[in-house]
Write a protein that binds this ligand. Structure first.
Ligand code: 8YV
Length: 311
């Protein structure tokens, strides 16, 4: 019997091909009309495949009466209503662990790019200005004070990498961990304690806009903000204002609240490095994520336990 699943965002060619080999896949990307779902036949849909940044909008979930499983191609499931899933006996899976290293690597890459001004260095050489001018000086990376907000798998992987930079590491998390880093009770304390504040916590109603003007002021005009988590943790207008006013030194951002839309004021700032949500976007990791998505769907429809269940 063919099983119908709904695909909510573009996926890698490998994952799309493997899904199509196993299931009848209906693409339903965002901003599509409700009528598109009616044309597919909402009652046929038994599974949804979606990205961590897309999740499953509640109104769409409500429109799928026979939904059994939501397979998230990402570690973050903040955009899936877990309470509703539990109530409806809908399973939810994600892709933990396989992307931890990549996201931590990107955090370090963003820190290096910003402090050593790599985008400007690249542009300087390409523009042919080197023979006639001096690039100038950037900022040191090693030996500085780094604060990590969220010490889960990704936060810990970032900390391990920073140890290689002889960094002074502090963190703030829901609870104190058995780690050799300084624990700060609040994100404000953490921001005051470090030169570079790295956001690596999950998005939730408690962490929404937790990086507000007060936190940015605690980080200060020589401080740097790095976000590899979710855009919703940052009050973006407050961030733009702090950067424009010189109350915050610099920012490196891989995620945005309304991505792919990015506050345009950031485009002109030299003290900002921007990336298009590429934390897990390597060939190797996207393949491992695809394998987990397929393994969860296949297990579910074979009546087996899910390899990486959330619900
Ligand atoms: C991806 C992510 O961008 O893991 C997550 O939570 O946001 C990222 O890995 C996305 O989920 C890819 O579909």
């Amino acid at each position: 019997m063919t099983i119908d699943i709904l695909q909510l965002c573009p996926l890698t060619p490998f994952l799309e091909a493997e899904l199509a080999r196993r299931y009848r896949v209906h693409r339903h990307f965002d901003r599509q009309e409700k009528s598109a779902l009616a044309a597919i036949g909402a009652e046929k849909i038994r599974g949804v495949v979606t990205g961590g940044h897309i999740g499953l909008p509640t109104d769409l979930a409500n429109a799928l009466p026979n939904l059994e499983i939501v397979a998230v191609n990402g570690v973050g499931y903040d955009k899936v209503d877990l309470e509703q899933a539990k109530r409806r006996n809908v399973r939810v899976s994600n892709t933990p662990d396989v992307l931890t290293d990549d996201v931590a690597d990107l955090a370090i890459g963003l820190i290096l790019a910003l402090a050593r001004e790599l985008p400007r260095a690249d542009a300087f050489v390409r523009s042919g200005n080197w023979p006639s001018g001096d690039f100038g000086l950037a900022t040191r990376v090693s030996g500085r004070r780094y604060g990590i907000f969220g010490l889960g798998r990704i936060g810990q992987a970032i900390a391990r990498r920073l140890e290689g930079f002889s960094a002074h590491i502090s963190y703030s998390a829901r609870s104190k961990r058995d780690v050799p880093y300084l624990f700060c009770e609040t994100i404000c304390e953490l921001a005051a304690e470090c030169d570079v504040l790295i956001i690596a916590a999950a998005a939730s109603s408690e962490t929404r806009h937790i990086v507000n003007a007060e936190v940015l002021d605690a980080l200060g005009p020589r401080g740097t903000l790095v976000n590899v988590a979710r855009g919703s943790l940052i009050d973006e207008p407050a961030l733009v204002t702090a950067l424009l006013d010189g109350r915050l030194g610099a920012a490196a951002l891989d995620v945005f609240e309304d991505e792919p839309r990015v506050p345009s004021a950031l485009f002109d700032m030299q003290n900002v490095v921007l990336a298009p949500h590429i934390g897990s976007a390597t060939r190797e990791t996207r393949r491992a994520m695809a394998d987990l998505v397929l393994a969860n769907l296949d297990a579910h429809f074979a009546g087996m336990p899910l390899p990486t269940p959330v619900v």
